[in-house]
Design a protein around this ligand. Sequence first.
Ligand code: ES4
Ligand code: ZN
Length: 326
Amino acid sequence: MALPAPSAPLPKAELHLHIEGTLEPELAFSLAARNGVPLPYADTGELRRAYDFADLQSFLDLYYDLMAVLRTAEDFTDLAEAYLERAARQGVRHAEIFFDPQAHTARGVPFGAVVEGLGRALDRAEERHGISTRLIMCFLRDLPAESALATLEEAKPHLDRITGIGLDSAEVGHPPAKFAEVYAAAAELGLRRVAHAGEEGPPEYVREALDVLGVERIDHGLRALEDPELVERLVRERVPLTLCPLSNVRLRTVGTLADHPLRRMMDAGLLVTVNSDDPAYFGGYVGDNYHAVAGALGLDAGQLRELARNSFLAAFLDHDEERRAR
Ligand code: ES4
Ligand code: ZN
């Protein structure tokens, strides 16, 4: 097999990516025009200038508002296709893609239009972009647990397209245990389980996600560092953490990239991965995140390779698939 050209990006898996967070301003405006949805911004420049967030909630407010432009299956196909094209250019070989069904069904967009629309792009991702894919359906933790249960019911006819479940949106005040029942039901259906925890919420939420929800990976998990015993457990049990450095800076969970604990986490023996979260909003796709932390934290080529290797180890791939993807 030929060696990659020196400038070829490091092959990597992306494990923490909200597809709705890949909605670039240009696509938002073109979908708004196609669907006749008014936007309260004069142009893409004005929209981009609104991407100045104080915390997670101030981001989520804009993120949910802008989803109004996503109406049809075709819109979701176009959204996913645009992501896959950018991801491929940054070396992504495998992508485990989050989506937020409740954010769409609550606006009258049928569950099936979302999944089938995304699925059309994912079905041709291997052939067009050399990317294998998985879909992970996230529950919005600031909605009632009953809504998550109803969403799992709605997902049942589409489970051939859905690998797992996640938990996202406003964290503080919505502990993982609120979703114990739906996670147990999903496990019965053979779905893989992940959850956002320790992004803004306390270390206790990370522990609860493991013990009560039975998750296999923690999304973010930064605040686990406040609890040395928990860190020890995460190391011992090899629980992958999907970090999103540019997101943490934009949402002010860390001061600057130079303050980001990623390197300390690697040194502590944690299985950390680098991901983009909501790249259209946070200033970069996954390769940009690798590049930014390499510069700010002085990571060498070996450490970058370790991060890429971790991403495949933490992916929901079987051994043969993992080998092929790398
Ligand atoms: C999210 Cl950065 C982040 N945190 C929690 N929920 C989310 N949904 C989309 N992006
Ligand atoms: Zn996230």
